[in-house]
Design a protein around this ligand. Structure first.
Ligand code: HXC
Length: 253
């Protein structure tokens, strides 16, 4: 069977790669469960001093729409990725998302759980869930406004458009943009710099910054609101339309 998530150590740097290129690295439940398994391995490994999360081609084009189309609210709430994403956010080592190609929906939400985001010039990021009759459900409505401010986050979430790497840099969504062939090396450089900092102080600083967010309730409430949308006709229509490759006809029910 295809190995959907790859993990390797390069010296003291962990490298986690999503490997589902045919579906633009869309995040299925299985992919997220595998990420979770790897995170447990990383947590238990004292040697790993920083983590890079990346993919080849496209970072991740969101949660797997095919797997979500027919879910009801309860199933949708089980499908959600919040536990794994929270685990990544609270990992005791610095984390870097190295983003190339599309980082959309749950894919961008995955990158938002990392401490740093570096993008290649071809990166396109967005939260297009609204165009499917739903909204972001893996922390996007909570983490994005905090990072880039409410007005810009509302524009991205409520219009559902994509932005290019230079615009992502301008609004502070990513901290650096580099040519595609330099993306991994650039992420490695940052990871190595971070790995050379004193580990306990680094962990404490990250914990203290994350503590200031006090967002656990907001993430849970987002999950409840998100799952509720799976009782609507618009969610079914939006996702069926994507699968059928046609324009959705929304009815507001
Ligand atoms: C399942 C996906 C997918 C996705 C792409 N594919 N994104 N499959 N889930 N999220 C599949 C397509 O069905 C297609 O498969 C192949 O990948 C290539 O996609 P195309 O659309 O043919 O390519 P292109 O025209 O280049 O467009 C690329 C794209 C587009 C812009 C990334 O695929 C797209 O808009 N994808 C959906 C993005 C999205 O809405 N993400 C948010 C999902 S909701 P075939 O078999 O036809 O070749 C979400 C909620 C998270 O993330 C909340 C937590 C769970």
């Amino acid at each position: 069977m295809e190995n959907l998530v790859l993990y390797e150590k390069v010296g003291v740097i962990g490298v986690l790669k999503i490997n589902r290129p045919k579906a633009f690295n869309a995040l299925s439940r299985e992919v997220v469960d595998l990420i979770d398994e790897k995170l447990e391995i990383i947590k238990a490994d004292e040697e790993v001093r920083a983590l890079i999360v990346t993919s080849d081609g496209n970072f991740a084009a969101g949660a797997d729409i095919v797997a979500m189309v027919e879910l009801g609210p309860e199933e949708a709430s089980k499908f959600l990725f919040s536990d794994t994403f929270n685990k990544l956010e609270n990992l005791g080592i610095p984390t870097i998302a190295a983003i190339c190609g599309y980082a959309l929906g749950g894919g961008l939400e995955l990158a938002l759980t990392c401490d740093f985001r570096i993008a290649s010039e071809d990166a396109k990021v967005g939260l297009p869930e609204i165009t499917l009759g739903i909204m972001p459900g893996a922390g996007g409505t909570v983490r994005l406004p905090r990072l880039i401010g409410e007005a810009k986050a509302k524009e991205m979430i409520m219009l559902g458009g994509q932005i290019k790497a230079d615009e992502a840099l301008r609004i502070g969504l990513v901290s650096k943009v580099v040519p595609k062939e330099e993306l991994f090396d650039e992420a490695m450089k940052l990871a190595e710099k971070l790995a050379a900092r004193p580990k306990l102080a680094l962990k404490a600083a990250k914990k203290s910054i994350n503590n200031g967010r006090e967002q656990a309730n907001a993430i849970q409430r987002e999950a409840d609101i998100w799952s509720g949308l799976f009782a609507t006709q618009d969610q079914k229509e939006g996702m069926r339309a994507f699968v059928d490759k046609r324009k959705p006809q929304y009815v507001g029910k």
